[in-house]
Design a protein around this ligand. Structure first.
Ligand code: NAD
Ligand code: UDP
Length: 315
């Protein structure tokens, strides 16, 4: 069979760059589209010059005409620091980006996958979070631009599916980490590793008892591929995440121990609406996609720390 032509929006970001690499290794033709807001050419430099790789500078809030078989819609800043920098643009990216990519998928009859998020559950009152839970989201807080933007994108995906018969796939991604996270990204794993390696105090927000479940990037990419290429009519939404649940304080202590750092821990105010607990129920992913993560936190952190250690300016 001929290679598929696959569009990855947000392809020069953390997850997108790993996905582009994976797709090239699978023999696909990859169009990586990005406006370089939080991603960079550096993330895909090793793919440039590959005969099946193409990099397009474009903003998903504007329409684009391309001929593709599959679309992974990943374009959107994911770190609270970055998505709160220009919150109106964040909502536009999710909503107008979804409309433009769905329009493209409709025109060329492509299968389209939306990178949704565990944030659609907000600060959840149900634990662990299954796909049937509708969530507990503040519609007018500082996280709303991201959470509600992603929720509206899901709405658009399911309406395009019902109204126009589009082949849609919706995955809800839980906290994912690994090499090529931006060192100044502001997310907890990159912050703690950078602080440990540079001898700064580790900044724990709140009392550190809030929990997250951390999924290693390679596991996530496999899950994205399984969902996109699932032959049945399974639209999702489906959770993709690791079952291991850790408090933020446990993560801080783990990173300090694994880096052999002398950093101390300082406590900073908890940001508004910061979810107190998060762990996916992945029964559906196991049943429908035969997918479950394989990389435990310690192993993933080891690889991620090794990546951060070799960055310029880190010793
Ligand atoms: P990232 O910030 O590294 O990547 C996002 C990419 O999208 C960047 O390359 C950025 O430049 C690009 N982008 C942003 N706005 C754009 C626009 N208007 N037009 C074109 N490109 C644009 O973040 P990531 O962690 O790689 O996240 C990728 C996707 O996965 C996002 O949609 C995010 O919401 C979703 N997600 C990530 C996580 C996680 O833990 N990493 C969790 C849930 C969902
Ligand atoms: N966090 C922290 N210190 C940091 C960065 C984040 O304690 O330097 C906390 C944050 O308050 C949240 C958790 O770690 O409770 C995960 O934050 P992140 O921004 O990585 O992801 P999200 O909140 O979107 O899940």
């Amino acid at each position: 069979m001929a290679n598929k032509r696959v569009l990855v929006t947000g392809g020069a970001g953390f997850i997108g760059s790993h996905l582009c690499e994976y797709l090239l290794n699978q023999g696909e033709e990859v169009l990586c589209l990005d406006n370089f807001f939080t991603g960079s050419k550096e993330n895909v430099r090793h793919l440039m010059g590959h005969p099946r790789f193409e990099l397009i500078r474009h903003d998903v809030v504007e329409p684009i005409l391309l001929e593709v078989d599959q679309i992974y819609n990943l374009a959107c800043p994911a770190s609270p620091v970055h998505y709160q920098y220009n919150p109106i643009k964040t909502t536009k990216t999710s909503v107008l980006g979804a409309i433009n990519m769905l329009g493209l998928a409709k025109r060329v009859k492509a299968t389209i996958l939306q990178a949704s998020t565990s944030e659609v559950y907000g600060d959840p009152l149900v634990h662990p979070q299954g796909e049937d839970y509708w969530g507990h989201v503040n519609p007018r807080g500082i996280r709303s631009c991201y959470d509600e933007g992603k929720r509206c994108a899901e709405t658009l995906f399911f309406d395009y599916h019902r109204q126009h018969g589009l082949d849609i796939k919706v995955v809800r991604i839980f906290n994912t980490y690994g090499p090529r996270m931006h060192p100044q990204d502001g997310r907890v794993v990159s912050n703690f590793i950078m602080q440990s390696l540079t001898g700064q105090d580790i900044t724990v927000y709140g009392d550190g008892r809030q929990t997250r479940s951390f999924c290693y990037i390679d596991d996530l990419v496999t899950g994205l591929d399984r969902m996109m290429n699932h032959s049945g009519d399974f639209t999702g939404p489906v959770n993709l995440g690791n079952l291991g649940e850790f408090t933020i304080l446990e993560l801080a202590e783990k990173v300090i121990a694994m880096t052999g750092s002398k950093s101390g821990i300082v406590f900073k105010p908890l940001p508004q609406d910061d979810p107190m607990q998060r762990r996916p129920d992945i029964t559906l992913a196991k049943e429908r996609l035969n997918w479950a993560p394989a990389v435990p936190l310690d192993e993933g952190l080891r690889k991620t720390i090794a990546y951060f250690r070799q960055l310029p300016g880190i010793c």
